[in-house]
Design a protein. Structure first.
Length: 459
């Protein structure tokens, strides 16, 4: 992880936020390469789940919504973490995490303290005299709401409380009727959204894995509960797994499905699974996958008074659709991609980000062999501008060619194109493969077709 963090900062993927003022805990900004990788992840996700499927449409809803939305969804009353405070340092910690860490360290047991009540956690802390990480006594556990509060209104005393959304899903549910009324979708169908969410997490850390501000990519897939839910559940699950492994390229050896126990999953869920990725700090949730029944739509019907049920046009049966939800954190996926792609090539003394072509920030890098030869530079510029019509390319004429190659390897650029003296004779260029370092000669007017063929073959 330390190597990933160092690379991310050194090469402009991720910076600590507000760094010139000392930073802000658990907050990060994405640099030029990070912004490109995030954009590529968003774009390929949207293409795969929205554009390639006739049964899923997209929305983009507001971060600020009426507070009643979060009352109806249960977030105001139940979106809480159990928190203890160090009596000396006044640092706050998740009580369940503190208990789990103590049992693993002192008794070699892995337990799930998240299923315990506040009272049960308090009893365990007293019984085993569990301390803070600084070895100080802690307070009794108490509930801590994760929703960030803010207010709208310009006059002090005439402001209305609102929340920064804790998830993007509720924006989908409250627009369910709008989508039905304004499009020609029919059950079963899904609504997708990519957007920012905010959680006042007590336990953060592990780089961008868990932060106060993050981005979610969520789908709510609606269907008639009279039909077999399992067919929709399995189809979408397999479709998503193909995306993670064959499109994004995460190694199957680093992935596993973990099914939630009856005690662990939410009361409204009939089935919940996590697709976990083996990060450098262990297997952690990458994708949450749940059959949420009709809980959300029914809650909004009750609190808003608006009928969100559907009438089947053939049977005339009226019902509230059930929903299956795959939810993935974009920032976690970003980190998984970096960890999965990071490779130390000791034999050639280089670090390589083996990113899939579709995700690489720069697809191609174009170099003149020597920067002080005008003929080489002018020809290279022409090649560069021809390629930028189709690909995001990197221009580099600094330093020797070896250093340029190493830089491109480290930022994940799949191909480097060098214009040399042979180019001036026969209009061919050298194309170097990032992973194998193999080099081939290709005619300038064949570069695009070559890259397209290679991309189709490899990815």
């Amino acid at each position: 992880m330390e190597k990933i963090i160092a690379l991310a900062k050194r090469r402009g993927f991720v910076y600590p936020s507000s760094l010139i003022y000392g930073g802000l805990a658990n907050s990060y900004d994405y640099g030029p390469l990070g912004a490109e990788l995030l954009k590529n992840l968003r774009d390929i996700w949207w293409k795969y789940f929205v554009h390639k499927r006739e049964d899923i449409v997209g929305v983009d809803t507001q971060i600020l919504q009426r507070p009643e939305v979060w009352v109806a969804s249960g977030h105001v009353s139940a979106f809480v973490d159990p928190v203890v405070e160090d009596k000396v340092t006044h640092k706050r910690y998740r009580a369940d995490h503190l208990i789990e860490d103590w049992f693993e360290k002192n008794q070699g047991k892995k337990i799930n303290a998240g299923i315990l009540s506040i009272e049960e956690m308090a009893e365990l802390i007293r019984k085993h005299n569990i301390k803070s990480p600084d070895n100080n006594d802690v307070t009794e556990p108490r509930k801590f709401n994760l929703l960030f509060e803010t207010s709208i209104g310009v006059v002090e005393g005439d402001k209305n409380l609102v929340y920064l959304r804790g998830e993007t899903a509720q924006g989908i549910f409250i627009n369910f009727k709008n989508v039905l009324d304004s499009t020609r979708v029919r059950l079963p169908f899904g609504i997708a959204q990519i957007g920012k969410a905010f959680r006042n997490e007590v336990t953060t850390g592990q780089f961008v894995f868990r932060t106060l501000e993050f981005e979610q990519m969520e789908i709510e897939y609606f269907f008639d509960p009279a039909n077999n839910w399992r067919q929709y559940y399995d189809e979408l699950k397999n479709y998503y797994y193909n995306f993670i492994t064959n499109i994004i390229g995460l190694s199957e050896e680093k992935l596993r499905w973990r099914q939630h126990s009856a005690e662990e999953r939410s009361h409204y869920s009939k089935m919940t699974e996590d697709l976990e990725f083996k990060f450098s700090f262990g297997f952690k949730e990458l994708l949450g996958y749940a059959y949420r029944t009709d809980y959300d739509l029914s809650a909004h019907i009750k609190h808003s008074g608006v009928d969100l049920s559907i009438i089947d046009p053939e049977t005339k049966k009226k019902f509230v659709p059930h929903v299956i939800e795959p939810s993935i954190g974009l920032n976690r996926l970003f980190l998984a991609v970096l960890e999965n792609s990071y490779f130390e090539d000791d034999q050639n003394e280089r670090v390589v980000l083996q990113l899939p072509f579709v995700l690489a920030p720069y697809k191609l890098a174009v170099f003149p062999l020597l920067a002080n030869k005008p003929d080489l530079v002018n020809t290279a510029k022409k090649v560069y501008h021809q390629l930028t019509d189709e690909y995001y390319c990197y221009w580099d004429d600094r330093g020797n060619i070896g250093k340029r190659y190493r830089y491109q390897d480290e930022i994940g650029t799949p191909y480097c194109i060098t214009i040399d003296f042979q180019t001036l004779k026969d209009s061919t260029v050298t194309i170097r493969y990032r992973d194998s370092m193999k080099q081939v000669r290709v005619a300038i007017d064949k570069i695009k077709s070559f890259i397209k063929t290679e991309n189709e073959k490899i990815f």
